[in-house]
Design a protein around this ligand. Sequence first.
Ligand code: ADP
Ligand code: MG
Length: 684
Amino acid sequence: MSDDLPIESLGGVGAKSAPLFRDLGIHTARDLLDYIPFRYDDLRFPTPSNKLGTNAGEENAVGVVTQVKERRVRGLEIVEVRLRDDAGEFTAKWIGRNRYVIGRFSEGMRLFVRGRTERTLAGPALNVTQYSQLRDGETYHGEMVPVYRASKDLPTRKIASVVAKNLPRLIGVTGDDPLPPGVARDRKYGTLASAYHAVHAPATPEEAQAARERFIFTEFLVLATAAEMRRAEREREHDADPLKVPPSLLDEFETALPFPLTGAQRRVIGEIWNDMSRDVPMNRLLQGDVGSGKTLVAAAAIVLAARNGVQSALMAPTEILAAQHAAKLAPLLLPFGIPVEAVFGSQGARARNAAVGRIASGEAALAVGTHALLTEGVDFARLGLVIIDEQHRFGVEQRARLRAKGAAPHTLHMTATPIPRTLAQSVYADLDASTIDELPPGRTPIETYAVRVSRLDEVYEFVRGNVELGHQAYIVAPAIDEESELTSVVAEAERLKSDVFPDLRIGLLHGRLTPKEKDDVMGRFSRGEIDVLLATTVVEVGVDVPNASVMVILDAHRYGLAQLHQLRGRVGRGAAKSFCVLVYPDDNVESERLEILTESTDGFRIAEEDLRIRGAGEFAGTAQSGAADLWIADLVRDIDVYRAAKRVAESLLANDPGLRKPEHAGLRAALERQPTTRALVLSS
Ligand code: ADP
Ligand code: MG
């Protein structure tokens, strides 16, 4: 790879602008080269005067001067020139200090002008940023103008001029091409240098598009190759405990339950048990909407492990969730003689030591806990199954640490945040996925309404009615304090206590409370000692209070659909009919989006819809970190390119599993360099 250069060493970048480039993440020539325009203004042809102003960006026009008006007002030059072309007439305006255009124009002259157009009563008026005189018979040739993501102090125009001035030098720092030459040829991509030239200085939109695709394909190829290699590595290990599945075990398991398994549960248990019977460690994602019965599936995996004499560990992100798992699993596992051992941070030393002792001796077949499970001194005699709940709330490193407590344990990741298939394919490239796509029978769907904030009083009356029936309610708001136009939980809690519900018991839960304070509030809410809980989205994940029957979400327009669906899942967990009310500002035009929630309770459909509306980056930002880090590709928009890249990755690795061939050196170097691939590939 050629040597990179600091951004200051480029022509046009001085001591003043260098920090502005750095603020945009551009530290070196290489960074600038990789700073690819997000769109282009196509200024190759002049816009006819009757079409001027239809484009928000700058436009070009060419015309013959019919009239010139010049004034000077307090040092300001104001020049207005009427121009005529085949389609009609328009005005070109120069206004400002030091324009030096007075006296330059005269009737009959042919001018090229560029600028933004305003529509006025007198027709289009173009505010000129650039102009030149055309000779008789000279046809105008414009160019494609790249538009870069800019900042307030560093406009796209400045970035474009630095790129243009330095382009040959920039292309000189291009590293090795990650794309193997054969692949570039097959896909009819040009050289890497020509692709860089084409994205920064394209002659046509088609040329820019083809070059962009080369970069998108390359980014996906690196990603897909990393995922395939990770999978192959795992497949080669053959060091997991292959567990024996007694043929009668599923019937035995089902008989011990108070209800029959759903078809989806049976299928998914089959997939998991099948993985666990292999000597390749399982790496499976179990996804299912809230209430779809994942706990039971986890219990089935634990039962199989225990039957084979290996231990299981289940890790959840908070004490509340861990305690809930322990409470739900205990009765399911009791018929199989499996007691639940709990390991929490807040546990007393005696209880903790006793639990740790039973885990170390192998006497405890199952340990349920929080991050506390990761601490040193928690050692397993023979850990064969690791279950990670709400897996996206743990880092790769934490998940790896729990697995490291066993030799090569089977791993089951659980999530209640449905990932659309399009995303799952790539975000979870190294994971097998099992989906529970069927709810247990007899659920009444949560009735959902979208309501304008001017009707908030009625909403609160409705909350009161439910509380008077003996139920509880959540009210969720986006902010903690009053620092913006968003509703704050602290302020709203005060208002409810003093004005709206002075006679009810109000609780307050948000991210600035200590873990102990949070547990305390949640504890009181689940014991029924709080009627109405004001909360930020900290209640989002997994909290289970069956007596809560109303969920009110204030400023609902601020959330993604998938997140709203998650919040809604906090109710409808008991026998009572449950309701969700989405409150949005009167003047909000986006409220249509909320209608999807009033119509559907299918988490996958909602997630797909959310993805379609917001794009992969945004979606990933909330649901799953990682995919947002993509450089130029978009998993939704470019899914076909992704599929093609994945096929190429598979065939490259089939021929050269370690990427040792010289033509794969560039790809290998890219794999080692790119941190995003590590973030994206969820495994280990
Ligand atoms: P999840 O963890 O996926 O949100 P749970 O495992 O907590 O869901 O299950 C939600 C509720 O549904 C629990 O009360 C559970 O007992 C019940 N349940 C699970 N499976 C079935 C089934 N097959 N038939 C009836 N009820 C079920
Ligand atoms: Mg659960």
